[in-house]
Design a protein around this ligand. Sequence first.
Ligand code: ADP
Ligand code: MG
Length: 740
Amino acid sequence: MAKKSESVKVVVRCRPMSEQEIASNYERVVDMDVARGMVIIKNPNSTDSNLRDFTFDAVYDWNSKQKDLYDETFRPIVESVLEGYNGTIFAYGQTGTGKTYTMEGIRSDAELKGVIPNAFDHIFIHIQRTENEQFLVRASYLEIYQEAIRDLLSKDQQKRLELRERPDSGVYVEDLSSFVAKNVKEIERVMSVGNQNRSVGRTDMNEHSSRSHAIFIVTVECCKIGVDGKDHIRVGKLNLVDLAGSERQSKTGTTGERFKEATKINLSLSALGNVISALVDGKSSHIPYRDSKLTRLLQDSLGGNSKTCMVANVGPASYNYDETLTTIRYANRAKNIKNKPIINEDPKDALLREFQEELLRLKSALEKRKKKGSKKRHKTQQEGDSEGESDEGEENTEGNLKVEQERLEAERQSILQNKELLEEEREKLVSGVQERANQLKKEQKKQEVLASKIKAMESKLLAGTKSIVDKTDQQQIALEQQKQEMIEQKKRERTIQQQLLLKEESTLEAKENYSSLQEEVEVKTKKLNKLKSRLKVTKAEIVDMKSEQAKVREELAISLEELQRDLKLRSVIVDNFIPPEEVEMISSRAEYDEETERWSLIPTSQLKDRSQSWLTRPVSGPGGSSSRSGSSSLRHMYGNVLQVELDMPNRTTRDYEPSSAGWQAVLDDAFKDEEEITIQVSSNDFFLFTDENRPKAKRKKQKLQKMKSDREFKTVTAKSKPDDGFPTSRGLVSSSIRYA
Ligand code: ADP
Ligand code: MG
């Protein structure tokens, strides 16, 4: 099939003023020309009427209805997914502008529900109305937060998932759960469960949702007999993406964890921006998809095999002007992304195929069991003394199993009533019959399990039925078609309007022949005025761009400074607390994995010409041997990297005051049961102290050990006071340490 390229559809939606904004009398700076698909933005800080306009595939103002957006913009995408295309709909914009409202809306309200619930209805109605095709619908739901992927449908919400890539099917999330849904209710439940998991443990859900990306994935597989008389499976995948808030995260003043968090939050979104830029600039040969989880996962949606629509959400009020303009510019660039969607036909990993194969297997297994049971019984019947009819060749149906049970019961009764048998013989015979009855029951159970499995699987394969497409339904369908045609007509009109506008400008410039000097002056004055205003807008645009760039540059500078500071700290730690030869050893074994974006250590078994003395050197002390022997876990391979944390004295109630008597009392109390610690230092040997291998009772003592830069230890007694009232880092502890 020839690949036809098409642009990413971009629409802008502006929410109504909120009550608060109305109460505060904010000026509205966004205007929308719905007929032309144009957004006009006014700079509230500029005195002259400085207007900026942008055109899109469609724009939706504060009066727009959820259903209008769906029918006009999203329905065609979902329709394509039902045909076997990939589709992506994502909502972009500042927090509080209506991304979640657009994607999800108010699910319980038919008027107010967003794209996702509308898509659910659309998909299952389509299936109901389609005859002679088999469908399988499944859903997954995930979240990306600080570059970690969480499966929102998994039982284990602590687990983080990784992205993998396969040459045939592309990038996928490893171990992501998916649930087969038979109807709207079931898929809605999947969404509810995911939403619940998303909010579990969140004190501030607004904060969390503004910083994480939520992706709901619906896969629709459809099997149909093709012209060749064979089954063909088409697989359409729909990504429904509620992105993190696009507002600039202020990193100023944040340090440490908070800083890292801030950079990570931005990573996926700025990577998305970079991917869009690279795709549209036409010169880039490299598209930086790999820079973030989001862009890797949505790789197909941006410049690949997908029909994609982006909704840029903005707020109307003046105080949002900067963010609104940034969002609109972002959206304006995205218009130029070209995708190449194709129908996914007979992919190797179609679940429907697996379902069909499994069903066949189960059915034949059931068949075999029935046949076997029937043969066996026939045999016993011939051997036994029952007068039951032969069921050779007959299907061992449920009824037959019952007949067999009755026959066994009769046999049992006849044995019991047979007076000629000795008690012993009778018991033996009865227990034999009982044994057969038990086996029969077991067999029956097994067959029932198989049959119900088959039934459950079959119920998941959906197909439309003729009875549903009745008269009222047909009228309904006709009505919908009419509506859809009207919408298409509206779209065509909009395109014509947009083209007219462009033409108006170009004809003005193209006209060269004038009937009179007067006319020439008039036309040229008009042209001059037009150019003047365009120049003004362009100049303003340049100013905006410059300040935008300055902001980005400033942010990058802050990031760089923070990273350098972090790096310096790490260097200080490494230089002072880790022996150079260990650093050397670790460095030489370290390997960077592009796939997982992690450093890992090459197992020593794969190292050929490297000294392994560190592995064999003598170890002693309480934890030394245990940390080496019998464990191949990576943690222990680091050998001597200290993993203990800076513990503070074991107090939990009051804050200590360094100079008060209370502090000393606590210290004294903490150490009153302990005596002297003797530390023997041998310069070559090190061992690892971890929370596991360190004897618990002795931990408090270690709090007082202070390491000197020359890596020698003082002998510390329990009574001695730490130098500055604070326990200091123990750093690397030389072995052997013996405790008194
Ligand atoms: P976001 O997900 O972008 O942070 P929300 O979807 O949570 O924003 O919207 C913020 C608030 O604005 C919500 O109270 C929402 O109901 C309201 N809202 C957003 N868009 C619209 C709209 N088009 N019409 C009416 N209310 C809206
Ligand atoms: Mg939201």
